[in-house]
Design a protein around this ligand. Structure first.
Ligand code: CA
Length: 195
């Protein structure tokens, strides 16, 4: 009886050893396809990210083309104006910024918490509204510059928790101004701004 037990125990041990050996042999085979799968997934993820980045870039490139349109209502006050040849045809365009805030006799604006602003480029009978909307607790400022011989209008909008810098360049093919947002951070808290 004792011998039988020993034989059974020996067989059991043998089976266990053989089983472990087979497991050990199998292990790399099991892991290999896993590793391949993982690499494949990684590659696919990277490719997916690249495609998504390309999409984002595409959106940024053609963010918006501001086309000429009729303006029905102009805000009451002409806030600032200048002229510059923005489309390179040798004739200057009229650049005008309007705000819906009254001015007193001295030219001082009666500022409220928010106003409608309109910022346009006029080229003959064509009017391009570069900005047309409300600004809450903030203001619009613009610059006209040339960079690498390309004329450009820069618009800075500050408002409640907002600080947005946009550029506008005229495009002959699109027959309008290409609008690009260069800076528009989220969750802005203002602490100070200079004079
Ligand atoms: Ca022009």
């Amino acid at each position: 009886m004792k011998q039988v037990r020993q034989i059974i125990l020996a067989i059991a041990m043998l089976l266990l050893i053989v089983g472990c050996q087979q497991e050990a042999q199998r292990e790399p085979e099991v892991q290999k396809p896993k590793a391949d799968q993982s690499e494949k997934e990684k590659t696919e993820e990277i490719e997916k990210e690249n495609v998504e980045e390309e999409k984002v870039e595409d959106v940024a490139e053609i963010e918006e083309v501001v086309k000429a349109r009729g303006i029905e209502n102009y805000p009451v006050s002409l806030y600032d104006e200048t002229t510059f040849d923005l489309d390179g045809d040798g004739e200057e365009e009229q650049i005008e910024m309007y705000v819906n805030a009254e001015q007193d006799e001295k030219g001082e604006f009666a500022w409220d918490d928010g106003h409608n602003w309109l910022f346009v480029v006029k080229d003959g009978d064509q009017t391009y509204p570069l900005y047309d909307g409300w600004v809450q607790l903030g203001t619009l400022k613009f610059w006209v510059i040339e960079t690498d011989e390309t004329p450009m209008v820069i618009l800075l909008k500050t408002g409640t928790a907002e600080f947005t810098l946009q550029t506008f360049t005229y495009n002959n093919v699109e027959q309008g101004f290409i609008k690009e947002t260069q800076f528009n951070p989220e969750f802005v808290n203002f602490f100070y701004h200079s004079k």
